[in-house]
Structures are given as C-alpha cells and as structure tokens.
Design a protein around this ligand. Structure first.
Ligand code: PLP
Length: 464
C-alpha cells in the first residue's frame, strides 16, 4: 500500500491523445460547445497542472491566464487542499444538514465566511455552484417579500450580457440572448436593462456621464414595472463572462442610491469577483456597494471542489430565519468535504495574504505592463484592467471607436492563436479577456503580457 496516499508527482497519461479524443468524442457532450465541430477537430486533453501552468497529453506547458474558469485563485497543485479532502472523506464523507443535524466542516466554513465577508454578512446558504446560488436567490427574495406581506414583489431586474449561470433561473437572470434563444427564456418575473459598457454604448457621453445614464435605466425600469412588483436588482460588480466590463466610477453609487430609494434588494453576484479577483475580498467592497445578498462559488474553493452559496445580510437573514420553513435545499448543501476544502482555501488566502500581496504588488505592475503593451496597438482599444482582470477590444479604427462587423469570430480566431502559442485567454464578443490565478508572480506577469502581445501581433500580421 502506498504510505503516502496523496501522490506528490503526476502519473503519465494512460492513453494516447488520439485514444482519449476518440473516447471523448464517443461519449461526452461538452458544455457551451458545438460538440460535433469539436469532435471533428479533437479536444485538447489537459492531464495535470501546477501553479499557473497546465500540461496537456502532448507534453505542452500552457500558461493558464483564465484560472481554469475564473476559479483557481490560489493556483494549481496545493497539497493542503488535497489533504483536507482526504482527511474529511475518512472522517465524514457525507452527511446532510436538512434534518436537525450539522457537522464541524460546515460550521467552521460558515464562521470563516462571516469573518472575511463585509460587515453584516453573518449567514450563508450552501449550494454546489454559482447557478444554484442564483436560483436560490430567486426563491429567497420571493420568500422574503412574501414573509413581509408583499408576495407580488417578485420581479428581479438584471442586465443585458450579464452572466448568472446556466440553470433555468440563472440563464434567465443572465442577459445572454444566445442562451435565451434555447428553451424559451427568460422565465416570467425577470427584466433586463442595459449593461454599463461605455465603450460600446456611451456615444458622446463621458464615462462618468454614461455611468449615471446606465444606472438610471434601473430607475426607469422600476417605474415602468411598478415598485410594488419589483423585488431586487442583481449585477456582477464587474461583468465577467460578458467581456470584463468595468463600469464607470459613477455607476454603482447611483445603483445603490436607486435601490435604497425604492427599497428593493440589491444582489451582488460575486461568483467571479469574490475571493480577490478585483483586489478586494469582494467586488462589492471595491465599489463600496452594500448588497443584501451575494452569490459566491468558484474562488470559494479555488475550483478544487464544487461548492457555492449565498451570503445573506443580517437584515434579510432575520426575516428568513424568523419566517419558519424555507422549503429549499440540495442534497449536497454544505457538503462536508467541499466545506473542508473551501475552509482550507480561505485560510491559505488569509495566511499567505494572497489578495493583499497581489493588490499591493503584482496587480499594479501587471496593469502597467498590459497598458504599455497595448494602449498604442493599432488593432486594439478599450484596454482595461482591474485587480487580476485584463481585457482589450479588437477594433477596426481606434479614433472613431469603430468595431469590426464580425468581431466575435475575429476574437475566436485570436483565441485560437493564443492557444497555439500555449496561452489560455478567452474570447467574448470582440474582446480578448484574461483572469490569471492570484498567485501570478511579477516574472509570470511579464511572461503573460509578452505572450499576449506576441499573439495579438501575430493576428495583426495575419490580417495584413
Ligand atoms: N455567476 C457568475 C457571475 C458567473 O461568472 C458564473 C459562472 O461563470 C455563474 C454565476 C455560474 O456559476 P456555475 O458555473 O458555478 O454554475
């Protein structure tokens, strides 16, 4: 028997790339993919990872500037997380928290979350994912208003191009039209307003003027629907999957004012922004937002294990807790192994001051490199960064902010060039986006920006 049950090394792949691809094509339907097209091409087989690098079955070393899917905040290969999962599996691999029971890992994680969350967030409801977190929020806010004697207050206002997950509720809250087209979404009780995307929608307004205008779309929508029908507003502090849309500085204060004025709940979807991405523990703190509910997932466990949840502010928690049964939950709500891993991840973030260090040192350095590399580049504009978010837009003409007609297919081509050069970035619309692990060092930031520049230059040459 292996005396050390957690292997220090990486076993070699047991099949050839071609064998893996053939089996994958035969049996696996990929998420958010044209599986037939993918099968014709063949998926890249990622076999292991260390730090901020992925390795594939062909032995390539790949710079993961997307932290997996915006989640591996502390980087790959941390033994402590594997150890926490292993020990918890031996101790208590599963028990539920439905029927008058609880267990140490869920208690420890809940109290840790109350420590790191903004003031007043002393309660958490657990899910397996961000999508389930947002579905939970739909049920929670409706229940909350019903308990307060206003059951007609049901509608949640969300934003165009927002991403809140892929379940029916999450996809409905999201503002992705290509998702709504499949399956007759959104469900009733969800309305959308414009996203705060100055570069695309700001016209002649300054970013500050436009930020106010975009926020006031919320006020117009509340008045149109009738405040007596509106339950809440939901937004990502920085829209992630929508293209790393960093709102103008005037946007969130005005959203906050409107929510306060009309007395509707404010929900921050922190699935990407939470646990350090913006340079603060939560994106809400970066913008001074005072939400009632926050969706969390991804960075909660650095993606090592599925877990998500809803952080509930005292004002809402009091009503829910005094309101009797809340008929909602998942078999794996507060799963002991997931909680043990998440708690270990948070302790690492705390102990190693990962967010603080990134914020004080590498984030400003990397931002400078990013802007130096791209601000004057003829193919790109709207070069943006915040914390460890990096993005740029491919443009036809910088001076007139003219965007390419087929910008999204161009960005996809650019993403493929990045992949060919062993750099994972993502294409969203006509933007190229990145969100590297928070443990990226200065030297790795230099490598990242050099690789990204090399790829954009290669694409510029290809376009002629
Ligand atoms: N909310 C936001 C802001 C997200 O970015 C995501 C996923 O990318 C989700 C919710 C959904 O999370 P999950 O994929 O864990 O269901």
């Amino acid at each position: 028997m292996n005396p050390n049950p957690i292997s220090q090394g990486h076993s070699s792949p047991s099949r050839s790339t071609a064998e893996y691809q053939a089996l994958d094509a035969a049996h696996h339907i990929h998420p958010f993919s044209d599986t037939a097209a993918l099968n014709a091409y063949g998926s890249r087989v990622i076999t292991h990872a260390e730090g901020i690098y992925l390795y594939d079955s062909e032995g390539n070393k790949i710079f993961d500037a997307m932290s997996g899917l915006w989640c591996v905040n502390i980087g790959y290969g941390r033994q402590e997380l594997a150890e926490a999962a292993y020990q918890q599996m031996l101790q208590l691999p599963f028990y539920n928290t439905f029927f008058k029971t609880t267990h140490p890992p869920v208690i420890e994680l809940s109290s840790l979350l109350a420590q790191v969350a903004p003031e007043g967030f002393n309660h958490v409801f657990y899910t397996n994912s961000g999508s389930e977190g947002n579905d939970t929020i739909i049920r929670m806010v409706r229940h909350y208003w019903a308990l307060l004697g206003q059951p007609q207050k049901k509608t949640i206002i969300a934003r165009e191009n927002g991403y809140h997950g892929s379940t029916i509720g999450g996809a409905s809250l999201g503002g992705m039209h290509y998702m709504h087209e499949q399956g007759d979404l959104p469900i009733p009780g969800i309305a959308h307003i414009e996203q705060p995307y100055w570069y695309a929608n700001g016209g002649e307004l300054s970013p500050k003027e436009y930020g106010l205008k975009a926020a006031r779309a919320l006020e117009q929508k509340i008045l149109e629907l009738g405040v007596e029908n509106v339950a809440a507003f939901i937004g990502e502090p920085v829209q992630g999957a929508g293209g790393i849309i960093i709102p103008p500085s005037t946007y969130w204060p005005e959203i906050q004012r409107i929510c306060d004025h009309y007395g509707i709940l404010l929900i921050a979807d922190e699935v990407i922004c939470g646990f350090g991405r913006t340079g603060s523990w939560f994106g809400s703190q970066h913008y001074g937002i005072r939400p009632h509910l926050m969706t969390i997932a991804k960075g909660l466990s650095s993606g090592y294990i599925p877990i998500g949840g809803v952080l509930v502010h005292d004002t809402v928690a009091k009503v829910l807790i005094e309101g009797g049964d809340f008929n909602h939950g998942f078999t794996y709500s507060g799963h002991p192994v997931a909680c043990a891993v998440a708690a270990t991840n948070i302790r690492i973030l705390q102990k190693e001051r990962i967010i603080e260090r990134m914020n004080e040192d590498v984030a400003p350095y990397a931002a400078q490199l990013w802007h130096d590399a791209f601000d004057q580049h003829p193919l790109v504009d709207d070069v943006r960064s915040l914390g460890f978010f990096f993005a740029l837009t491919l443009v036809e003409d910088k001076a007139s902010r003219k965007r390419f007609e087929h910008g999204s297919s161009m960005a996809l081509r650019c993403r493929d060039i990045c992949l060919k050069n062993q750099l994972v970035m993502r294409a969203t619309g006509d933007s190229m986006i990145a969100a590297p692990p928070l443990v990226m060092t200065r030297a790795q930031a230099e490598e990242f920006v050099r690789l990204a520049k090399q790829c954009i230059d290669e694409y510029a040459r290809e376009l002629g």
